[in-house]
Design a protein around this ligand. Structure first.
Ligand SMILES: C[S@@+](CC[C@H](N)C(=O)[O-])C[C@H]1O[C@@H](n2cnc3c(N)ncnc32)[C@H](O)[C@@H]1O
Length: 275
């Protein structure tokens, strides 16, 4: 099991900004998945690996005024910063509770079980995703729902082919393969539900995403920043190669006629029937 200290991604302001942009890119898929769940008005929601807290804000919008919305993460600073920024204008931060701990932490999670347990883009970071799903299922109350959204990046590409994007995706793939991160996990989720003892999902939803390259002009250099140290450490790229890619990515604003087919977002869910 990958431990807390082994989470690959850095804890920097740039990475928090990258997660925020990624969250904007995933907004439609997340809203679509949460809307498909048919959970009525859950009173307690848990977002596991809550990151910037954006999904918690969306839950508050979608599920009315009442729910208690809890976010769990190894690092709750990005969500705290986000809530402080939005405080007063759009949200009451008192509605949101942040718990800084490992999903696999030994102590029981206060307030469990929950009506809705959700996790987005966290599972692919874990060395034993089935064990993580089993733990999430324990946190789901009878009659409640577990929903997962994660990526499947096998088909991501550009057209007309834009080499800097293809290059960064190749490096991400090589790095993830070497470090045990599975960014193809999306299509495996139904099987993983079975393997975790949850059973066959009640539903699945796959949402694709197409953007022009200029729309990704801020995101892509942040993605490179996220992995540049690891690329050298794992001998995937040299510093001059990284510098060349950085210069290539800087031309993104000019690529107005090039489109990027981003990784698919795969949603899977299951209601826990009462025994
Ligand atoms: C790629 S980020 C996704 C953040 C957020 N769910 C989103 O979609 O914007 C993965 C998050 O999972 C958290 N995480 C990774 N392993 C964890 C664990 N074992 N327990 C709790 N949180 C974890 C990380 O700290 C990080 O914030």
């Amino acid at each position: 099991m990958r431990s807390t200290s082994e989470y690959l991604l850095p804890r920097t302001t740039g990475e928090a900004r990258r997660l925020q942009i990624q969250s904007e890119l995933l907004h439609e898929a997340t809203e679509s998945l949460l809307g498909a769940l048919d959970v009525g008005a859950p009173q307690t929601c848990l977002d596991i690996g809550c990151g910037t807290g954006d999904v918690m804000l969306l839950m508050a919008q979608l599920f009315g005024d009442a729910p208690r919305i809890v976010g769990l993460d190894l690092d709750t600073r990005p969500a705290r910063a986000r809530f402080t920024e939005a405080a007063g204008a759009t949200i009451d931060p008192a509605r949101f509770e942040l718990v800084e701990r490992d999903l696999f932490g030994p102590t029981p999670l206060p307030g469990a079980p929950f009506d809705l347990v959700f996790s987005r883009y966290m599972l692919h970071h874990l060395s034993d995703p089935a064990a993580a799903l089993a733990r999430m299922w324990e946190l789901t109350r009878e009659g409640g729902t577990l929903a997962i959204l994660d990526l499947d990046s096998r088909a991501t590409t550009t057209y007309p082919v834009w080499e800097p994007y293809e290059q960064i995706e190749r490096w991400v793939r090589d790095l993830y393969r070497k470090t045990g991160i599975d960014n193809h996990i999306g299509h495996k989720l139904p099987h993983l539900f079975d393997r975790a003892g949850i059973g066959r999902p009640d539903g699945t939803r796959v949402v694709g995403l197409v953007r022009t390259i200029p729309e990704l002009a801020e995101f892509l250099p942040l993605l490179l920043d996220m992995i540049r140290g690891k690329l050298v450490e794992h001998a995937i790229a040299t510093q001059p190669e990284i510098d060349r890619l950085e210069a290539g990515l800087a031309t993104a604003p000019q690529m107005t006629a090039t489109y990027c087919y981003r990784p698919a977002a795969v949603g899977v869910w299951k209601r826990k029937v009462s025994r």
